[in-house]
Design a protein around this ligand. Sequence first.
Ligand SMILES: C[S@@+](CC[C@H](N)C(=O)[O-])C[C@H]1O[C@@H](n2cnc3c(N)ncnc32)[C@H](O)[C@@H]1O
Length: 228
Amino acid sequence: MAAIEDKTVVREYFNASGFDRWRRIYGDSDEVNKVQLDIRKGHQQTVDTVINWLKADGNLAGLSICDAGCGVGSLSLPLAQAGAKIYASDIAEKMVGEAKKRAQSILSAEQLPVFDVKDLEGLQGKYHSVICLDVLIHYPQEKAASMITHLSSLADDRLIISFAPKTIAYTLLKKIGDFFPGPSKATRAYLHREVDVVQILQHNGWQIERNAMTKTQFYFSRILEAIR
Ligand SMILES: C[S@@+](CC[C@H](N)C(=O)[O-])C[C@H]1O[C@@H](n2cnc3c(N)ncnc32)[C@H](O)[C@@H]1O
């Protein structure tokens, strides 16, 4: 499937059946099945890992952070609560709408992120840190390379990305198939070799500072923090 089609399929999915599914997974209601609950827990671990890294550096308050592909705000909201200035965007209008709704219910006016509906390759500006969690899974290797290159151009000091590593491809591919039922099966899951992602980062002038892996029964995500 061509990259342009991938984007269209992904946008449509996260504005329709995918929205409902992921809004529930990335929430706290009990409207989830066992697999979805496992994914919720795994994803939360990924979010917590990133938040812990940022907090450990001790300079989160006031830091400008771009959350590219923010989903319903699982990362953006706690970072905004911790005092960071957040720019949160997503290709799917419905996901951004939900993120905004959640933000308004828990954040003060000063803490509210700036929200935008945008393909991450259309983002502009400069941020101390750019973070892109669990988005690359929707794109093939060559597209991931151009996305990482664009995200690099937005980041002054740090880029954090997560992706499904190819080493456990078999299991993941099989399981991912179950997460996209019905017509949305057209939404493909792409796995990326860590060595390839590291190489793309290095080509863009980054070096790896931190590296973590989240692994639950149905959720796998490699997290890399790159610094200049
Ligand atoms: C699996 S969710 C992860 C959401 C969020 N990053 C998180 O970890 O909670 C993937 C998100 O990426 C968004 N997305 C996919 N392709 C995108 C693109 N090209 N630009 C911006 N957002 C994109 C989807 O709409 C969806 O909200």
